[in-house]
Design a binder for this molecule. Structure first.
Ligand code: FMN
Length: 117
């Protein structure tokens, strides 16, 4: 399993660091190619939307997505995870506020461990 992530201000990048994921792929423009199963970690943008670069990445690599983890702001609209889940037929595995806390890291590690291949 590969892990790809979008991060504009560093929260998701910090979370990815704390999860000690192997060979994570940073989504910069969204034109990156991933031809292996992956889990997407992304932030939420613009009233619950998926960021542009993540949307672009998915339009190219959609057949390999196996789940999504979404970072969001407290008390803010966050349809991004549900949207990805509905469009691409995968589970929204976890929603985390900002960069998450130690408990989030423990929970996410457990979830990812189960889906490791
Ligand atoms: C311009 C802007 C719009 C945002 N819109 C939303 C939103 O609609 N819903 C939400 O839950 N979080 C929203 N957020 C919060 C981010 O998704 C959250 O802070 C996330 O942790 C940012 O990740 P990053 O630091 O890796 O970019 C927004 C943040 C910014 C800067």
């Amino acid at each position: 399993m590969r892990y790809v992530y979008a991060s504009r201000n560093g929260n998701v990048a910090l979370l990815v660091d704390r999860l000690h994921l192997s060979r994570p792929i940073y989504i910069d423009t969204g034109n990156e190619i991933c031809k292996e199963d992956f889990i997407l970690l992304t932030y939420t943008d613009d009233v619950g939307e998926l960021p542009y670069e993540a949307e672009n990445f998915l339009s190219i690599n959609m057949s390999y997505i196996r789940g999504v983890i979404v970072s969001k702001k407290k008390n803010t609209a966050t349809q991004a995870g549900d949207k990805i889940a509905a469009i691409y037929g995968v589970d929204c595995l976890y929603q985390v506020e900002e960069e998450g806390n130690e408990e989030d890291v423990i929970q996410i590690k457990k979830i990812l461990e189960k889906r490791k291949k």
